[in-house]
Design a protein. Sequence first.
Length: 364
Amino acid sequence: MTIDIILDLGTFLISVLCGFVFIPLTLNFCKAKGLYDIPNQRKLHHNPIPRLGGITFIPSMVTAALIAIFTLDRDPVLQSRVPLNRWSILFFFSLTIIYVVGIIDDLVGLGAKTKFAAQIVAAVLMPVAGLSVNSLYGFCGIYDIPLYIGIPLTVFVIVFISNAINLIDGIDGLAAGLSFIALIGFLYGYAYQGLNSYCIIISGLAGVLIPYLYFNILGKVEKNRKIFMGDSGSLTLGFILGFLFVKFTMVNGEAMPYNPQRMLLAYSLLIVPVFDVVRVILHRLHYHAPLFKADKSHIHHKLMRAGCTMHQALAVIITISLAYLVLNFALYPLMDITAVILTDVALYTLFNIALNSKIEKVNA
C-alpha cells in the first residue's frame, strides 16, 4: 500500500512538472506558427489565444508514469504495473485515435461528423478489449445487462461522455476543473479496489491539469502565457473519463464484485457535464436546431447571461458538481439509485428554471 501511494503521488508530481515544461514550449510553438483560437460571435474570449494546450496531456501522463515506475518502484515484479495485454494495447490505440483526431482538428479543423465517427471507432474497440457495461445496479429495476445490449451501450456511454466534456469546454478552467474532480474521485475509487495500474494513469492525467489550469485561468494574453486545451485536450479527457466510468461500473467477478456504490460514485462525478449536454440536446430538438451546431445554450453561457463573470460562473458550476457528490452519498442510505438520480434531475431542472427567470429579469 505504501509503495502504491508513493507511486501515485510521484506520478502526479512529475506530471505537474512536465506540464510546467511542456505547456510553455507549446505556447512558444503556437506563437511561432500562428496557431490561435480566433474570437467570433459564439466564443467568449476577445483575443487570439493558442489552442494546443491539450497536446501536452498525453506526453505528460506517459512520461510521468514511466519515470515514476522505473525510479520509485524498486521491486522488479511491480514494474509490470501497466501490463502489455489486449486491453492495454487496444486502450492506448483507441486513445491515440482520439488524441490524433483532436490534434488534427486543432491544427486544420475537422467536421463534427468526422470527429464523431472517430469517437465511435475508438469506443468500439473497448468491447473488443473486454470492456462492457453489464449492470445498471437496479436503475429503473434493471440489473444484469446481456452482452448484445452491453456492447452498443458501452460505445454510447464512452462517446456520450467524450462529447459531454468536449461541449462543456466553453470558459476558462471549466472542462479541466470538472475533469480534475472526476479524476480525483476515480483515483480514490480505483485505489480502494486495488487497481493500481489505473491509478498511475489517473494520477498522471490529473497532474498535468494543474499547470494547465494555471496557464488557462491565470495566464496573461499579452505575455503569451494563456492557452486553451482545444479538442486534443477535451476529447482526450472525455474519452479517458468514459473509459474509467465503464471500467469502474463493470461487474467482474471477485476483482470488481457487484457494488452499487461504484455506480453511484462514477455517475456522481460526471453529473454536471452529462446533465448539461442532455439539456442542450433537448433544447436543440425543441427549437429544431442542428444537433452538431455549436450555440450559446450551455450552463456557463446561461450563468453569464444571468450576470455572472466568467470566473463566477466557473465557481458556481464547480460548487454544483461537488454539492451533487456530497448530496448523492447522503441520500443513498435513504433511497435506491433510481430515486437518487430522479432527485438529481429534479434539482437540476429547478436550478435551470430559476436561472431562466434570472436571465429574463436581467434582459428586462
